[in-house]
Design a protein around this ligand. Structure first.
Ligand SMILES: Nc1nc(=O)c2c([nH]1)NC[C@@H]1CN(c3ccc(C(=O)N[C@@H](CCC(=O)O)C(=O)O)cc3)CN21
Ligand SMILES: CC(C)C(=O)C(=O)O
Ligand SMILES: [Mg+2]
Length: 271
């Protein structure tokens, strides 16, 4: 008898069904093969190859410097690992804003060169033409509203977004516009929980929150943050599930000690 276990792949349709059935969606970032292997085997629904790679992989202050080529490299590594999860890729800063044809070209390059399942773009009405053109090519799009890190220079801080009535109304309208255009899901970043609730109840497509409260249809975190590898980053929305900084640090300290003391390698660890 065949030992092949049928793996039920997550699709954009599964996600709609999960929202309809009240099952929450679990998403994390990954940027490399090894991490994506672990996360996919753990049963994660969505893996996001986020442009936060600029921060956690490359050490930049913001997400602005990462290029389309870098994103494709990370996406290729993740796709090679994944058997079950839906893999989404952020379009990086400068690869779509203000130019629908550039946006389509960037999205096509990601899909063609990495084999990912869809893309994510930051923005509402101002990027609607780009979203529509990408969707017209059969590429699934996740929207991204609220705190949009690629616009950090417009706001100057990573503080809570859409606190006032005017901003909240614009976000609600942008969410409706993105759903109407055909986005399969919407990411909401760092907004009041009650606004997250209102948007989630208002839309039929699932919302995925980061700092957007418990009423969103799913949650996302940057994997290095939740593993405790991003020392000192402790925003209120982050729950830390492991202390990998100490796990890795202590292993490295033990190794250093063993090498210096000529304990490693021993007789059984050599030829
Ligand atoms: N490692 C990492 N984790 C993330 O969640 C993340 C990235 N990188 N890069 C891209 C964006 C930027 N994001 C951010 C960045 C900062 C805060 C934040 O709350 N920062 C401060 C407070 C800032 C303020 O209130 O002005 C904090 O409490 O740490 C939240 C999300 C989310 N994304
Ligand atoms: C924080 C999430 C939502 C993201 O866009 C990223 O990791 O780049
Ligand atoms: Mg991002």
């Amino acid at each position: 008898m065949s030992q092949h276990k049928e793996i039920k792949k997550i699709t954009t349709h599964s996600l709609q069904a999960m929202k309809a059935g009240g099952e929450k969606i679990a998403m994390l970032t990954a940027y490399d093969y090894s991490m994506a292997t672990v996360l996919d085997h753990a049963g994660l629904d969505i893996i996001l190859v986020g442009d936060s790679a600029a921060n956690v992989m490359a050490g930049y202050e913001t997400t602005l410097p990462i290029t389309l080529e870098h994103m494709i490299y990370h996406a290729q590594s993740v796709v090679r690992a994944v058997k079950r999860a839906l893999v989404l890729v952020d379009l990086p800063f400068g690869s779509y804003q203000g130019n629908p044809k550039l946006a389509l070209n960037s999205a096509i390059r990601i899909m063609k060169e990495s084999g990912a399942h869809g893309v994510k773009l930051e923005g509402g009405a101002e990027i609607l033409d780009s979203v529509k053109l990408i969707l017209s090519a059969g590429i699934p799009v996740m929207g991204h509203l609220g705190l949009m890190p690629q616009s950090i220079n417009k706001y100057g801080t990573y503080a809570l977004r859409a606190k006032d009535e005017v901003e909240a109304k614009k976000l609600i309208t942008d969410a409706e516009i993105l759903q109407q255009a055909g986005c399969f899901a919407l990411l909401l970043e760092k907004i009041p929980a009650l606004l997250g609730k209102q948007v989630s109840e208002n839309l039929h497509i699932p919302t995925i929150g980061i700092g957007a409260g418990k009423y969103c249809d799913g949650q996302v975190l940057v994997v290095h943050d939740m593993l405790g590898l991003n020392k000192g980053f402790k925003p209120r929305f982050l729950r830390q599930y492991a202390d990998m900084y100490d796990v890795v640090g202590n292993a490295a300290k033990s190794y250093i000690r063993d090498v210096k003391s000529v304990d490693f390698p021993n007789d059984t660890e050599q030829y």
